[in-house]
Ligand binder design. Structure first.
Ligand code: PLP
Ligand code: COI
Length: 337
């Protein structure tokens, strides 16, 4: 039996002791309160429980070698969170409210921020709480906003092990206009295909490529890498506009990579990986290298030599160096709490 120390606990399974909570009622937000993490009370007729009015964010705070704590690209995550709230017709929390809640939680949980390569994962979530089971076509005029925090290490068990990815060429991850929205229903929708791929092909994740066009995986964006060149799908509403994706493309352009953002096919991806690399990019995934692609029917394609490639390692290290304060923050992506 292996023991579950925090370092090998599954991602997100440990929470800090406190959370920040604010509620929206009668057209305004309450002052945020810090509470012990524990059950919340909502009405069984709450909008979220029937009509899935929910969105969330995920980003990290890093402890540097000198003990100071720094949050990565919080403003950009808040912008996406507010866009998600608007898309779902939920009350939109102001950036200042979100910042106050997140900064307070981090400050109170400072001792729980792990040393590198761990991080404190911040999870703001917004739910529609209006009690009305008839409100399928009516937005929730009440809401609850909560900020949770979780000490995390690797998202994929096994650390830097090359991933095995099932390529789904038929099903979509979610409704085509909602990919860009970080809403829980999208993850529920992807669960069936993800579990089937795990069961049938021992896949770590599914790469969605509806109509043969490569999109993203269930919980991360997807990039093709080779020396001096990156290819990834151009942004559109069908998939999440990842902050890690944007960060990697920005850094890589400055490192001399040619960045190509356009629609590309599964066939083109397969040609690329004969010699090139493929990665998942995301807050949780960081940059995780793909070792094997599995197609419908079980055909396996090795990516590069089936090992983590040099461009994956180079870009991953460059990103982590900024996050962990060992390289200068040239882009102003971090703020100290
Ligand atoms: N795509 C999906 C579906 C995700 O869940 C995530 C994770 O947040 C990403 C992409 C990557 O986004 P980010 O880099 O902003 O974490
Ligand atoms: C993130 O990277 O923040 C994600 O959303 C992944 C998560 C679903 C665990």
């Amino acid at each position: 039996m292996t023991s579950t120390t925090p370092q090998n606990a599954p991602f997100g399974s440990i929470l800090t002791d406190v959370m920040a909570v604010a509620t929206f009622k009668d057209g305004q937000w309450s002052a945020p309160a810090l509470r012990a993490v524990g059950p919340i009370e909502i009405h069984p007729a709450a909008h979220v429980l029937h009509y899935a009015s929910e969105c969330f964010e995920g980003f990290k705070a890093y402890k540097w070698a000198d003990g100071s704590v720094h949050v990565f690209r919080m403003a950009r995550h808040f912008e996406r969170f507010r866009n998600s709230a608007r898309s779902l017709e939920l009350p939109e929390p102001a950036e200042a409210l979100l910042a106050e809640m997140v900064n307070t939680v981090i400050d109170r949980c400072r001792a729980a921020v792990p040393d590198a390569p761990g991080a404190l994962y911040l999870r703001p979530m917004l739910i529609g709480t209006m009690p009305n089971i008839g409100a399928a076509a009516t937005p929730s005029n009440e809401a609850m906003l909560i900020v949770l925090a979780s000490p995390v290490w690797d998202y994929f068990a096994g650390g830097l092990k090359p991933l095995r990815i099932y390529v789904e060429e038929q099903a979509t991850r979610c409704a085509s206009h909602l990919g860009v929205v970080k809403t829980g229903g999208n993850y529920a929708a992807a669960l069936g295909p993800t579990l089937a791929a795990r069961r049938e092909h021992k896949a770590d994740q599914v790469l969605f490529a509806p109509h043969g066009e490569v999109q993203e995986t269930g919980a991360a964006n997807f990039l093709l890498l080779r020396d001096g060149h990156i290819l990834t799908r151009s942004l559109d509403p069908t998939f999440l506009n990842g902050v890690t994706r944007h960060s990697v493309l920005t850094m890589a352009a400055d490192m001399g990579y040619r960045i190509e953002e356009r629609v590309f096919s599964v066939d083109e991806m397969i040609e690329w990986v004969a010699t090139g690399e493929a990665v998942l990019s995301g807050t949780a995934a960081v940059l995780s290298g793909v070792g094997t692609l599995v197609r419908h029917g079980g055909t396996e394609i090795k990516v590069g030599g089936g090992i983590i490639g040099p461009n994956t390692l180079k870009l991953r290290s460059a990103l982590m160096a900024i996050q962990q304060g060992t390289a200068p923050d040239r882009y102003g992506w971090l703020h100290k709490v």
